[in-house]
Design a protein around this ligand. Structure first.
Ligand SMILES: [Zn+2]
Length: 591
C-alpha cells in the first residue's frame, strides 16, 4: 500500500494569525486524508481473506499495516510492541477496549503460533475491525489483547505446501519459527525471543482467559471446529470446576445456537474416533498448560483441517464472539473463582506433579463422524484407512476427560538456586518470580536431591535432548550457600510454576529440558590398575562398605562378575567420588 503524499504547499503572501491557523488545520486534514494508505479508503479495512472470497490469508506485512491503520482511525483499538522475536521484528499486541484499572474480564488471544494454521489471524482482523466500526458489540467489561501474529519468522516463511492435508488457504506460513522451533513447546524452556516476550506480556496482563487459535490434524469427521480446554483436574480448584461444569457447557450451547456442533478436540491419531478418546493433556511446555499454572482459563480452538478455509475462519470468529459474550456475562464468577484459588494456593501444602487419565470415568460426547473403512491402497496394495462421506453418523462416545494424580509431593518452603545457573534464574525472573539475592556466605540445612537414573530421548526434541523418568533420592545435608545465590520462597503467585520447573522429576522441569546437564557428567576418572590397590585399602579400613559390597555381590549376579562395577561401587562410596556428579544443584528448604 503506497501513501498518496504529493500535495504542494505554497504560502500566498504574508499570513495573518488566522490564515496561518487555517493553513495548519488544512495541513492536518490533508495529512489525515492523503497520507493514509489508499486501500483503507477505496475499500475500508477489507482484508485479503475477504477480497479472495475466503481462500487467502493476509501476509505478515498486511496484518500489521491493517492494525496500525485501524488503531489510527479508532480510539478503541491500540497497537503496541511488547518485545523482541527471533525474526528481528517486534512482537505486537493489539488491544480492544483495554482499560487498565477497570473491572474487566481480560482475554488474551494468541494467533499464528503455527502460521500454517492462520484461521485465528484472519478471524481476529475481522473481529476487531467489526467491533471498532460498530458492526458488532464487544461489552465494555471485556478487554481484548490480541497477538496478531506470534510466530513471525514462520509467517514470513510463506508457501503453498507445508500443510499437505489442509484445505486452504492458498498460501500460508510455516510451523517452525526462525530457529525452526515449534513455539507451542517453548513455554518452559523459552528458547525463542517471541515466547520470552509473550510470557512477560502474559504476566503483565494476568489474563482471565487465554485462547490459542489452531487447526487440527487427525481423523475426518463432520465438526468444523473443536475445542481443547486445558485439563480441568490439573487446572484444579474453583477455576477447574467452573470451567468444566459451567463455562464449557455454556460455550457449547452458545455455539450450537450459532449452528456449530462444537466437540472436544479429537485427540485420536492412531485409530478412528468412533469409540471415544482420551482428552489431550498439556504439560507446561504448551501455551495452554503454561497459562493454567496461573489460574487462567485456557482454551485451544482447533478447526478441522479438511473444512474449507472460509468455514474455518467463520467458525473461529463465531467461537471468539462466544467467548466474549459468555465471559462478559459471567465476569463475577470468573473473577471470584480465580480469587478463591489464589487464596487457597497460598495455604496449599501439597502439589500434584504427574497426572494420568482415569479410564473409569468419562463424559458423554455427541460425535458426528463418518464411517471408516479399509480398502486396498493404490500405492502399496495394502489395506488403507478411508472415511466415507456418504455414511455420516451421530453417536454418543466416551470422552475420558477426568485425570488423577500419580505423584503428589509436599510443597517446599523455598528452593536455593545457586547464582551460576543463569539460564534458570533469568527464566524465573521473566516469569515474575520473586527471589532473595543472598549478600553473604552461609551454611544451610537443606534437602539435597541425588539422581539415581534417568532416560534421554535419542534425538533432539525442540533443540534439547529431553530427559524423562528421572529417579531420585533426597538426603538432608548442610551445604554452603554463597553470596550471589538465590532463595526462591514458594509462597507467591507463581507457586505452581516454580514447583513445576524446579522439582527435578517434573515432566517439564528445567532438569528435564537439559538446563542442568553439566551435573550429569563425571569430570574425573580413575585407572583400574591403579585404583585396585586404593580400593583394597579402602575396604580394609571400612568394614561397613565391605559388607555392603558383599551383599550386593550375593544379590546381583552381573555385579558379582563385573570387576569394573565393583570398583565403581567402591569409588562412588569413597572420598574420591565427585559430589557434583548427579547431584541436583537446586536444594529444597522444607516447610
Ligand atoms: Zn497448531
Amino acid at each position: 500500500m503506497v501513501p498518496r503524499c504529493g500535495l504542494m504547499w505554497r504560502s500566498r503572501g504574508l499570513p495573518t494569525i488566522f490564515t496561518a491557523m487555517k493553513q495548519i488545520l488544512l495541513l492536518f486534514i490533508w495529512v489525515l486524508l492523503e497520507c493514509v494508505p489508499i486501500s483503507s479508503f477505496s475499500q475500508p479495512f477489507e482484508t485479503r481473506y475477504e477480497r479472495s472470497g475466503g481462500t487467502e490469508t493476509a501476509t505478515y506485512a498486511e496484518v500489521i499495516a491493517f492494525y496500525k491503520t485501524l488503531a489510527t482511525r479508532y480510539s478503541s483499538v491500540t497497537i503496541d510492541s511488547v518485545g523482541e522475536t527471533d525474526a528481528g521484528y517486534p512482537l505486537h499486541v493489539v488491544y480492544y477496549n483495554y482499560k487498565p484499572g477497570s473491572k474487566q474480564v481480560t482475554l488474551l488471544i494468541n494467533n499464528g503460533i503455527h502460521p500454517g494454521e492462520p484461521d485465528g489471524i484472519d478471524a481476529c482482523m475481522l473481529l476487531l475491525r467489526n467491533a471498532a466500526m460498530g458492526k458488532i458489540e464487544i461489552p465494555e467489561n471485556v478487554a481484548l489483547a490480541v497477538i496478531p501474529v506470534f510466530n513471525i519468522g514462520g509467517m514470513l516463511n510463506r508457501g503453498c505446501c507445508s500443510r499437505v492435508n489442509q484445505n486452504g488457504p492458498k498460501e500460508y506460513g510455516f510451523r517452525g519459527n526462525s530457529q525452526n522451533l515449534d513455539l507451542n513447546r517453548d513455554f518452559v524452556k523459552l528458547d525463542a525471543r517471541e515466547t520470552q516476550s509473550l510470557i512477560r506480556l502474559f504476566h503483565k496482563l494476568d489474563p482471565d482467559v487465554f485462547i490459542d487459535n489452531h487447526v487440527s490434524d487427525g481423523a475426518d469427521y463432520q465438526h468444523v471446529v473443536t475445542l481443547l480446554s486445558t485439563q480441568h483436574d490439573k487446572l484444579g480448584g474453583e477455576v477447574g470446576k467452573y470451567m468444566h461444569n459451567t463455562l464449557e457447557p455454556l460455550i457449547y450451547k452458545d455455539m450450537k445456537q450459532k449452528g456449530y456442533d462444537l466437540v472436544p478436540y479429537v485427540n485420536d491419531f492412531d485409530k478412528t474416533p468412533d469409540q471415544g478418546w482420551v482428552e489431550f493433556y498439556e504439560p507446561a511446555r504448551f501455551s495452554s498448560g503454561f497459562a493454567a499454572l496461573f489460574q487462567t482459563f485456557a482454551f485451544v480452538p482447533e478447526t478441522h483441517m479438511l473444512k474449507p478455509y472460509w468455514e474455518r475462519v467463520q467458525s473461529t470468529y463465531a467461537l471468539l464472539r462466544t467467548f466474549i459474550s459468555i465471559t462478559s456475562a459471567h465476569i463475577d464468577d470468573i473473577k471470584e473463582a480465580r480469587r478463591a484459588d489464589r487464596k487457597q494456593l497460598m495455604a496449599a501444602t501439597t502439589y500434584h506433579l504427574h497426572w494420568v487419565a482415569d479410564t473409569t470415568r468419562f463424559d458423554k460426547v455427541t460425535f458426528k463422524g463418518y464411517a471408516a473403512g479399509y480398502k486396498p491402497s493404490e500405492v502399496s496394495g495394502l489395506p488403507r484407512l478411508y472415511y466415507d462421506h456418504t455414511k455420516p453418523y451421530v453417536k454418543q462416545v466416551n470422552f475420558y476427560n477426568h485425570f488423577v494424580s500419580t505423584d503428589t509431593i509436599t510443597y517446599a518452603a523455598a528452593y536455593v538456586v545457586p547464582g551460576q545457573w543463569h539460564d534458570v534464574i533469568i527464566r524465573l525472573k521473566w516469569n515474575g518470580v520473586a527471589m532473595q539475592h543472598l549478600d553473604k556466605d552461609t551454611v544451610m540445612e537443606v534437602n539435597v536431591c541425588h539422581i539415581d537414573n534417568y532416560e534421554t530421548v535419542p534425538r533432539p526434541y525442540e533443540k534439547h535432548y529431553l530427559h524423562k523418568n528421572v529417579k531420585v533420592h533426597w538426603i538432608r545435608q548442610s551445604i554452603p550457600v554463597v553470596k550471589g545465590d538465590y532463595i526462591v520462597a514458594i509462597r507467591q503467585p507463581a507457586k505452581r510454576y516454580i514447583t513445576e520447573v524446579l522439582e527435578p522429576t517434573g515432566t517439564d522441569a528445567f532438569l528435564a529440558w537439559g538446563f542442568f546437564d553439566g551435573i550429569l557428567q563425571q569430570k574425573e576418572y580413575y585407572s583400574d590398575y591403579v585404583f585396585e590397590d586404593d580400593a583394597a585399602r579402602i575396604l580394609k579400613k571400612n568394614s561397613s562398605l565391605k559388607q555392603r559390597l558383599n551383599e550386593k555381590k550375593k544379590t546381583d549376579a552381573v555385579f558379582a562378575k563385573s570387576a569394573s562395577q565393583q570398583l565403581d561401587f567402591i569409588y562412588n562410596n569413597s572420598p574420591y567420588h565427585e559430589p557434583e556428579y548427579m547431584q541436583y544443584p537446586v536444594y529444597r528448604i522444607e516447610q
